[in-house]
Write a protein that binds this ligand. Structure first.
Ligand code: PHE
Length: 367
């Protein structure tokens, strides 16, 4: 700490700038976070402080007109030293090097949050991860074979009318099974997963689906589903009931009851719609459940043997081992639920459009 006092050759602005820049670098280098008091004494000490020594040496011999520019520069240097002393120890060096004025008010940044639909989708997926399921994904642009045919919707079958499909243009020259469309449900990933490997399978399939539906308070042409598929030997309807009953209680609270209503899907037999006891009135009946005490939530059923047969035929066509999905040896169940509907019930949202509006007043409530 005994550096010689630098010589000042002249008093023009350029020389002064250079001389003070050298001093500023010296300040930056001598900042130590361990011993701020030593740093303070070294620069600002009343008698032997370096600032005092330099100012004595330079000011004394300075011509009158150089006193002002010298004074201004000394003040700036002093401020730099004082800022270094005020900054939190670890940051001091960084502040000085970047010449950050830490007395300026900061910019408020609001950190992003996961979208409520993603949070809901993750919650559903997690419930099944805890049951040993893994996640599978598939494309949103799908072929007719995966979305319909292999799921036992034959070409021109009226069951296709239940899923208002958005077709990709210019597909007429292709064979009907290869025509592309926006997937109307996540069920095609059932087929993709069964072609990808043999049972046992326990899969959850979250994703975006598309239907040619007019948007209203409960419909959107793009929405989200979570599909489930379980295939193994000896899977029964009571496995399906137990699994979904557990999942509904994990999602909506342990007091929730489930009931299974006969329904129809081409790819499950028997099929059911699952209802949960109304989480708003506990089943007594209120406006939310249209005074029935029950809320309809998802579709499910035992995998139709026709689906296993379609998978077996496709495996054979692709040169894969056709035996693992022989419907005489294995069985399974599948289910599918709408993510928006679950999020609306969980958060009391009355219009599905809020999820897509990008309105921060809505989204901030989930922060
Ligand atoms: N894919 C059906 C739908 O979108 C739901 C479903 C999935 C039903 C799996 C049964 C089994 O309506």
């Amino acid at each position: 700490m005994t550096d010689a006092i630098p010589q000042l050759a002249a008093y023009d602005d350029a020389t002064l700038d250079r001389a003070f820049a050298t001093l500023a670098t010296e300040v930056t280098k001598s900042v130590t976070s361990e011993d701020p008091e030593a740093f303070r004494l070294h620069w600002l000490g009343r008698k032997q402080g370096r600032l005092k020594l330099v100012s004595d040496a330079w000011l004394k011999s300075a011509p009158a007109e150089a006193r002002k520019p010298l004074g201004i520069r000394f003040n700036q240097l002093k401020q730099q030293i004082e800022a270094a002393l005020e900054a939190p120890a670890a940051n001091r060096q960084v502040y000085i090097q970047n010449r950050i004025d830490i007395s300026l008010p900061g910019t408020v940044r609001s950190p992003g949050i996961p979208h409520p639909l993603l949070t809901t989708m993750d919650r559903v997926v997690e419930v099944f991860h805890h049951l040993g399921y893994s996640t599978s994904l598939g494309p949103q642009v799908e072929s007719d074979f995966y979305n319909f045919e292999a799921l036992n919707f034959p070409p021109n079958h009226p069951a296709r009318d239940t899923q208002d499909t958005l077709q990709i243009a210019g597909q007429q020259s292709k064979a009907s099974r290869d025509r592309l469309l926006m997937r109307t449900h996540t069920s095609p990933v059932q087929i993709r997963s069964m072609l990808a490997g043999p049972p046992p399978l326990r899969l959850v399939i979250p994703g975006k689906v598309h239907r040619n539906d007019a948007a209203d308070a409960t419909h959107s042409p793009i929405f989200h589903q979570v599909e489930g598929l379980c295939v193994d030997t000896n899977i029964t309807f009571s496995d399906l009931k137990g699994t979904l009953d557990h999942a509904m209680r994990a999602l909506f609270g342990s007091a929730v009851k489930t009931r299974f209503f006969p329904s129809f899907f081409p790819f499950t037999e028997p099929s059911a719609d699952v209802q949960i006891s109304c989480i708003f009135c506990g089943g007594k009946g209120c406006r939310k459940c249209k005074h029935s005490g029950w809320i309809e939530l998802l579709g499910c059923g035992m995998v139709d043997p026709a689906v296993f047969e379609a998978v077996t035929a496709e495996r054979r066509r692709l040169g894969l081992d056709p035996t693992p999905y022989d419907p005489a040896r294995i069985s399974g169940f599948a289910f599918g639920m709408g993510v928006e509907r679950i999020a609306m019930i969980l958060h009391g949202v009355s219009d599905i459009g809020h999820f897509y509006s990008g309105d921060l007043r809505f989204l901030e409530q989930f922060a």
